[in-house]
Design a protein around this ligand. Structure first.
Ligand code: PLP
Length: 351
């Protein structure tokens, strides 16, 4: 697959590392049936550029390049009040000398605050131009179109980036990631039995699936839902992967059977904590000094731990955990992840 025909900006200086997690794997094995578990490795996409970077950095390399190619002067995007995606979009805008505006959906009523810390603090520090706050359930596309129309009336040109940067162009970032990993696996002399990734707005999971299909790789790719169970998540990922393959001009269809999503770990609700997430965040921090976030990677790692304990990730198998970033959100939940505030248990059922 030739990605060089798509405009791209670079926000990271080289491949992100793939590292073993020996102490984490040993601690996990001790809690698995028979005291044996999988060998877990991590792809450090939390070390991507636009610090503290994450999966949105890869998508934005293609999205922002497209915005620049079209002559835009302002990036417009949307997300939740503590959105990593909004923060990293703003960071890219600052780097490129573009203005940046957000439409923020107050998904949990009463949670938006003008003076919040975490990602919201970074919105203000990096100079977001304007934030429009809308109630839960507001259609975000039209809300962003309205911002673009406002700018156009002033002779400016906005570029709309959908939530999570998940469309065909954003998904190319994770096709590039698969190509990057293919080289790394070749250098390592092995490739993982399973890749475990978070599945939210689906650009990461769908982009990786498109990349694997396009590279003729048949690796097991497991998406742990952060906001939906498989019945709702599979069609989203399938559609995203298909649109990425279409953009690449690859004449292949993505069957629903190639999309593996796991539910049960994101409850009670997107962004709200559960006890399995707290265990996962603490375990990785205390065994490997790698920090997860409570909204995404903590729940995804809780899913990996659960699948290992259920015997779905088997002893001796190599599992690659995609660390997609999200660090600033950790500081929004300090008391929760320290166990000072009890959080509801996760159902922990794999679907
Ligand atoms: C956005 C995000 C995800 C989910 O990725 P999608 O491409 O939206 O599915 C996972 N982890 C982190 C840290 C994120 O910010």
């Amino acid at each position: 697959m030739d990605l060089s025909r798509f405009p791209r900006r670079r926000y990271t200086s080289g491949p992100t590392p793939i590292e073993p997690l020996p102490r984490f794997s040993a601690a996990l094995a001790a809690t698995c049936p028979g005291g044996r578990g999988p060998e877990v490795w991590v792809k450090r996409d939390d070390m991507l550029g636009l610090f503290p970077g994450g999966n949105k950095t890869r998508k934005l390399e293609f999205l922002v390049a497209d915005a620049l190619a079209r002559g835009a002067d302002t990036l417009i995007t949307c997300g939740a009040p503590q959105s990593n995606h909004c923060r990293i979009t703003l960071a890219a805008a600052a780097r490129e000398g573009l203005a940046c505006r957000f439409v923020i959906e107050e998904r949990v009523p009463g949670t938006y605050s003008d003076t919040a810390s975490g990602n919201h603090f970074l919105y203000r520090l990096m100079g977001v131009e304007d934030i429009v706050v809308v109630p839960a359930g507001t259609p975000m596309g039209p809300a962003m179109e309205a911002v673009a129309a406002q700018l156009a009336a002033q002779g400016r040109q906005g570029y709309i980036i959908p939530g999570g940067g998940s469309n065909a162009i954003g998904g190319l970032g994770y096709v590039a990631c698969v190509q990057e990993m293919q080289q790394q696996w070749f250098d390592l002399g092995w490739s993982p039995d399973h890749v475990v990734v978070g599945s939210g707005s689906s650009g990461t999971h769908g982009g990786m699936l498109a990349g694997l299909i396009g590279c003729h790789l048949a690796h097991s790719l497991i998406g742990i839902g952060v906001s939906r169970d498989p019945i709702d998540q599979v069609p989203l990922v399938q559609r995203e992967a298909q649109s990425v393959l279409d953009a690449l001009g690859i004449n292949m269809t993505v069957p629903a059977s190639s999309v593996r999503c796991v539910g049960g770990w994101w409850q009670p609700k997107y962004s709200l904590p559960n006890s399995a997430m707290v265990e996962a965040v603490q375990l990785l921090a205390r065994t490997e000094a790698i920090l997860l976030d409570p909204v995404y990677t903590g729940k995804v790692m809780a899913g990996l731990i659960g699948l290992a304990r259920q015997g779905q990730l088997k002893p001796g198998e190599r599992v690659l955990f995609m660390h997609t970033g999200g660090l600033p959100a950790l500081h929004m939940y300090e008391d929760v992840v320290l166990g000072k505030i009890s959080s509801p248990p996760a159902p922990g059922t794999a679907g």
